[in-house]
Design a binder for this molecule. Structure first.
Ligand code: G3P
Length: 217
């Protein structure tokens, strides 16, 4: 499972990258707004930080304008991935940009049928939003499982990029379902390592070691 960081916080991305937990980065207009930085500047900085794909979202809603914005964003760096909304215009832009060799990420996916369309339009990634479905008492993880089944049935190349991940259980369930990628905020990624019994066991080990009076170095 590839880990993408869902953030534009360069320090947080760097810290996780130094651990070896960053295979890519995803952003969206809300994340960019939260960063308080110039869109192209912060995306360029992220692209220089990580080797993997960096998703940057178009803001036009008409296909031809999305294509123009996508071509402009592709100039930023080799590892740019163009994020497009799962609308008919977004799908049309995806078909054009994918045929031109651009990496594409169809976002705001909330149904298996939308994911089916993304695959048929040659999307590199599809981003089903788990948390936002859970927020309205629907089953976001069921969507991930359904898309994985459909993609496996037909051997689609499009990768399932589980998004809108809010907690460590989402990550576990996405891994069990076979999602290719998960993108999560830095805090959720860090939380994956946490377990009280690990802390308790380490404390006990170190206490016992201290009693030996020995040192390794
Ligand atoms: O990349 C999509 C993700 O940022 C959306 O997450 O928590 O705003 O639903 P959220």
């Amino acid at each position: 499972m590839k880990f993408f960081v869902d953030s534009a916080d360069l320090e947080q991305i760097t810290d996780l990258n130094n651990i070896g937990l960053v295979d890519g980065v995803t952003t969206n207009p809300s994340i960019i707004a939260k960063s308080g930085r110039d869109f192209k500047d912060v995306v360029a900085a992220i692209c220089a930080l990580v080797e993997g794909p960096v998703s940057a979202e178009v803001t036009a809603v008409e296909a031809d304008k999305m294509v123009n914005e996508g071509r402009e964003l592709c100039k930023i760096a080799e590892n740019i991935c163009i994020k497009l909304p799962l609308t008919l215009d977004g799908l049309k832009a995806c078909s054009v940009l994918s045929r031109e060799g651009a990496s594409t990420n169809m976002t705001l996916c909330f149904s298996p049928n939308q994911a089916l369309l993304a695959a048929k339009c040659g999307a590199t990634f599809v981003s089903p939003f788990i948390g936002r479905l859970d927020d309205i008492s629907l089953d976001g993880l069921e969507l991930i499982a359904d898309i994985c089944t459909i993609y496996d049935n037909y051997g689609f190349d499009t990768e399932v990029l589980a998004a809108s991940i809010r907690n460590v259980n989402h990550v576990k369930e996405c891994a069990l379902a076979g999602a290719d990628v998960m993108t999560a905020p830095p805090g959720v990624i860090r939380q994956l390592a946490a377990h009280p019994l690990t802390d308790k066991g380490l404390t006990a080990f170190l206490e016992d070691w201290k009693g030996t009076g020995q040192s390794i170095l």
